[in-house]
Design a protein around this ligand. Structure first.
Ligand code: MGD
Ligand code: MGD
Ligand code: MO
Length: 642
């Protein structure tokens, strides 16, 4: 069979604005003035004809805090809606929802340095060796200092290779595993009774809920041998300090928020939260996805994570912005795509996101984007999403060509600075949004990123103490930082350890969550469980890491375990058809002993060559709106050799 060229597509930087004269016609180069007139006129028309909620903003989790602040302000003040969201929805919205429900705040509770001074690190559904190498560097220091590490992942990942124990569970059985660990800790009387009584609620109900999950039943459902479950339960409960870290293996499920609650339960049971070295830590995905949410680029929070439904918070922003804010949550990214289907959403401003390739069931997503009346994309590359737009606006790259701040997973706000000259006529994201706002009647006086930051600081108590000067002096500060003189604490929820909890209403509740298997069931027709994720050498939809192939960076493959490859009679490099209930793609086979029989793996990194998301299912967590990227059912068909 002729070998296909699988060299990843090369993206070139956008250097000039582009416009499309008619739907279906080509994009052509335009001046900034023409492009911005076109873009703003379309937004004005959508608002006047269909009302403010016919507009939505997708904000960029790679760009700065300041840009995200301005993007959400544009949405709320200029367009009059709360429809603003980002790819936070596709990764850690369940973590934010779960943590907020238990602790009242959606941030991870500890600092990176704490994993260096802990006794046990659990990496649950997280391949940090590939996806969070900086954090993993701290983990390795922790191991050098004597910490033990366990990995819970269906694949024996590169992260698992460094662990003392690997629990290779079946995809989507995290709740049974967590419940069995909880039950074992209770039965062995290893739980922290004093902490449970003082700081939590719902323990009796939790104990009753997990009671059926014996080690034997859990072994049957999860595929993890009972002694391994028992070992992790005892290690976690006996550790003086333990860190529970998780990522998408937990969140990218139709019940992602329930999964998160099941892990938080274990930290409440053992008191591994609210102390230095002990905590719960969702490692966030994009360099500034934490900051984007903190800045209010989410549909239910104003900047500083202040609730949109709270009259007092809304009032404060209404006065500051001289506007009226709708007293209801806007649409999540997931709801936006549903609203496109029903024709309720007509105009979209997409800044630095590539949903045509990153959404589950991407063919459906692209069809919905194509049906919009008015679609504006602001990016640094001409992505597949940008190719569908009516107006394309070239931005500078936040990581090297822009001033501002970003916020990482440990809530640390850090400065970024313009170091490179942007290409062609590319302009800063903030500058473009402000020009658009001016054309729609709002002339904001933001001279530079610091002016934006100071407006935010005045409105967000958690950020008030972080002036640019202080950020510089301390090489970044963690929120909450309400004070201009004091330094913030590195971990959250220390109040749970106060002997007299002042506010009984703020106790941490156990989550009474039940096992709910993946929606896309395997059967005779679709016998293989496909899970999708990342590799070290590539980034998300590949836009920023495309363009070179090497033996180390091998492009997309359908990865199978040796037994399955033999069973299907396929060898490394052989092209096969991969079919799900949504679509089909052709990909070469790779054989990887890190997988187990019945489990296949693909990445999302090479959608121009192999569009993995044509296979994935758009089954969403009802609380967080995150799709079940981690569990689809597929079959493999051999292609006839020619
Ligand atoms: N090199 C690189 N780094 C990145 C990115 C990138 O594209 N490339 N992307 C960034 C982004 S946006 C994000 S959100 C993060 C994501 O970082 P991670 O979440 O660590 O990455 P993934 O590979 O998507 O998924 C993690 C693991 O979940 C496992 N898993 C699948 N199903 C299940 C399950 O049912 N239960 C459990 N327990 N585990 C399961 C997978 O086998 C996989 O090893 O990485 C960030 N960092
Ligand atoms: N199958 C499968 N699909 C998945 C996932 C999975 O695990 N499996 N994971 C999901 C997750 S966690 C995520 S986060 C999403 C990611 O989905 P997306 O966010 O849609 O994908 P990216 O490739 O990260 O796109 C980032 C875009 O931002 C642009 N950009 C970068 N910097 C800047 C800047 O400073 N300004 C502007 N204006 N643009 C900029 C880049 O050029 C690029 O086009 O994918 C989701 N899709
Ligand atoms: Mo992500």
């Amino acid at each position: 069979m002729k070998k296909r060229d699988r060299t990843p597509k090369t993206y070139t930087r956008l250097t000039h604005p582009l416009v499309r004269d008619e739907k279906g016609g080509p994009l052509r180069q335009a001046t900034w003035d023409e492009a911005l007139e076109r873009a703003s006129a379309g937004f004005r028309e959508a608002r006047e004809t269909h009302g403010p909620d016919a507009f939505a903003m997708l904000s960029c989790a790679r760009a700065t805090n300041e840009m995200n602040y301005v993007a959400q302000k544009f949405t709320r003040v200029v367009m009059g809606t709360n429809n603003v969201d980002s790819c936070n929805r596709t990764c850690h919205a369940p973590s934010v929802a779960g943590l907020s429900a238990v602790f009242g705040s959606g941030g991870g509770t500890s600092s990176y340095a704490e994993v260096e001074h802990t006794d046990l690190i659990v990496m649950w559904g997280s391949n940090a060796r590939f996806a969070h190498p900086i954090f993993f560097h701290h983990v390795l220091k922790g191991i050098r200092n004597g910490a033990r590490m366990y990995a819970v992942d269906p694949r024996r990942t590169s992260t698992a290779e460094w662990a003392e124990g690997w629990l290779g569970l079946n995809v989507g059985t995290d709740i049974p595993l967590a419940h069995a660990i909880g039950r074992e800790i209770i039965h062995a009387e290893l739980y922290n009774r004093a902490f449970v009584e003082r700081a939590t609620t719902g323990f009796e109900e939790y104990a009753a809920l997990v009671e059926p999950w014996t080690l034997g039943l859990a072994e049957k459902v999860t595929g993890v041998p009972a002694p391994a479950i028992r070992e992790l339960a005892h290690a976690y409960a006996r550790a003086e300090r333990a860190q529970m870290c998780w990522t998408l293996g937990i969140t990218e499920h139709h019940n992602g928020t329930d999964n998160v609650r099941a892990l938080i339960n274990l930290s409440l049971l053992t008191g591994h939260v609210g102390r230095y070295g002990a905590g719960v830590q969702p490692l966030r995905g994009q360099n500034n996805v934490q900051g984007g949410g903190d800045m209010g680029a989410i549909p239910n929070k104003l900047p500083g994570f202040q609730d949109i439904l709270d009259d007092g918070h809304r009032r404060k922003f209404e006065v500051a912005w001289d506007t009226v804010i709708q007293p209801r949550n806007g649409m999540t990214l997931t709801e936006m795509f549903e609203a496109m289907e029903h024709g309720d959403l007509r105009a979209v401003y997409c800044i630095g996101e590539n949903p045509a390739q990153s959404e589950a069931d991407s063919e459906q997503a692209a069809r919905r984007l194509a049906a919009l009346d008015h679609f504006v994309v602001q990016d640094i590359f001409l992505t597949k999403t940008a190719e569908m737009a009516d107006v394309v606006l070239p931005a500078t790259a936040a990581w090297a060509e822009t001033d501002g701040t970003t916020t990482n997973s440990e809530r640390r706000v850090q400065r970024v600075r313009a170091a490179l000259t942007p290409p062609g006529e590319a302009r800063e994201d903030i500058d473009i949004i402000c020009d658009m706002a001016r054309r729609l009647g709002h002339d904001w006086k933001f001279e530079d990123s610091e002016t934006v930051w100071n407006e935010l600081r005045a409105l967000s108590p958690d950020h008030f103490g972080m002036t640019y000067d202080r950020l510089e002096e301390h090489q970044g500060l963690q929120w909450p930082c309400p004070d201009l003189a004091e330094l913030p604490t590195s971990y959250l929820h220390g109040r749970l350890w106060e002997t007299e909890l002042a506010d009984r209403g703020r106790l941490a509740p156990f989550g009474l969550v039940q096992h709910d298997p993946p929606v896309d069931l395997t059967d005779e027709e679709y016998p293989i469980r496909l899970t999708t994720g990342r590799r070290l050498d590539s980034y998300n939809t590949g836009v920023q890491t495309g363009s070179f192939a090497s033996p180390l960076r091998r492009g997309e493959y359908l990865e199978l375990c040796p037994e399955d490859a033999e069973h299907y009679g396929v060898a490394v490099g052989q092209e096969v058809r991969v079919v799900s209930r949504r679509g089909a793609v052709t990909a070469p086979v790779w054989v990887d002993p890190a997988l187990r029989p019945g489990l296949a793996f693909m990445t999302m990194h090479f959608p121009d060559e192999v569009d993995t998301n044509q296979l994935t299912i758009e089954a969403n967590c009802p609380i967080a709106g995150t799709a079940e990227f981690k569990a689809s059912a597929i079959r493999v068909e051999r292609l006839e050799r020619s």
